[in-house]
Design a binder for this molecule. Structure first.
Ligand SMILES: C[S@@+](CC[C@H](N)C(=O)[O-])C[C@H]1O[C@@H](n2cnc3c(N)ncnc32)[C@H](O)[C@@H]1O
Length: 230
């Protein structure tokens, strides 16, 4: 397999559920699962031919439980709430732009886009920037005499906006890494905080302490909600 696919894979962070749009042979989903990068992958293709090939390939590898192959145009076959990583590779830059534009208001900071346009990469970067995406990383591959650009983008959103203080409680890097224990870690913190509130209520604690604990609980809940941590 060529260096292009290796470079695409290198830009994909550990994720919960990825969608590979225009999967064709379904090699990318297979690698994401086999290398333990993603827990589940949704592989889609617009055309019956590649869809059937992908489906039987995934069945032959006994991966149907974790790689869900769907037929359909662009992002139509998926709900963006089901996924945190979207890969669109091997298509023209204008088509990739069109696919993203159709659901552009549904993306949030939880989603990472890994895009490998075959052309018009400058137009795609412009589009992403103009529509509130941050270009967070780039990759480059060369096969024979052809260079392939890979763009990694995320919706711009300053994590500090919620409240910087809370990241002394829950390390910011855990959000960036999408650590699998993050949700239960935060929920445990909320439980402990609730216990303290209950105990203090019965001992008539000072208003300021109660206020601070309730504020902390709100911030922790906000983190789960804002970052849709699975
Ligand atoms: C050149 S292949 C790229 C395959 C793979 N993503 C890769 O990078 O190696 C392009 C695939 O995208 C599919 N495709 C084209 N337009 C599409 C669309 N609007 N939605 C989903 N798939 C599409 C084609 O059927 C084809 O299988």
């Amino acid at each position: 397999m060529g260096n292009r696919i290796d470079e695409i894979i290198k830009l994909i962070d550990c994720c919960h559920v990825a969608a590979d749009i225009g999967t064709d042979h379904a090699y990318v989903p297979e690698i994401l699962i086999n290398e333990g990068i993603c827990r589940k992958v949704i592989a889609t293709d617009l055309n019956e031919g590649p869809f059937k090939i992908a489906k039987s390939y995934i069945e032959s590898k006994s991966l149907s439980d974790i790689i869900d192959v769907r037929l359909g145009d662009g992002l139509h076959p998926i709900d963006l709430k089901e996924v945190d990583t979207i890969i669109i590779a091997g298509m023209g830059g204008y088509l990739i732009r069109e696919i993203i534009d159709f659901r552009k208001n549904e993306f949030n900071n939880r989603h990472t886009l890994v895009l490998q346009p075959m052309n018009a990469s400058d137009k795609l970067r412009h589009y992403l920037f103009d529509n509130g995406f941050e270009l967070v990383d780039e990759g480059l591959a060369k096969e024979d005499f052809h260079f392939y650009e890979i763009i990694k983008a995320k919706k711009r959103k300053d994590i500090e906006n919620i409240d910087g203080e809370i990241f002394f409680e829950v390390g910011k890097a855990l959000f960036i890494k999408k650590h699998p224990l993050l949700r239960s870690f935060i929920e445990n913190k909320i439980r402990i905080n609730d216990d303290i509130i209950r105990n203090l209520q019965s001992s008539h604690a000072e208003m300021d302490t109660m206020k601070m604990l309730r504020h902390k609980k709100n911030l922790l809940q906000e983190l789960i909600h804002e970052y849709e941590i699975i």
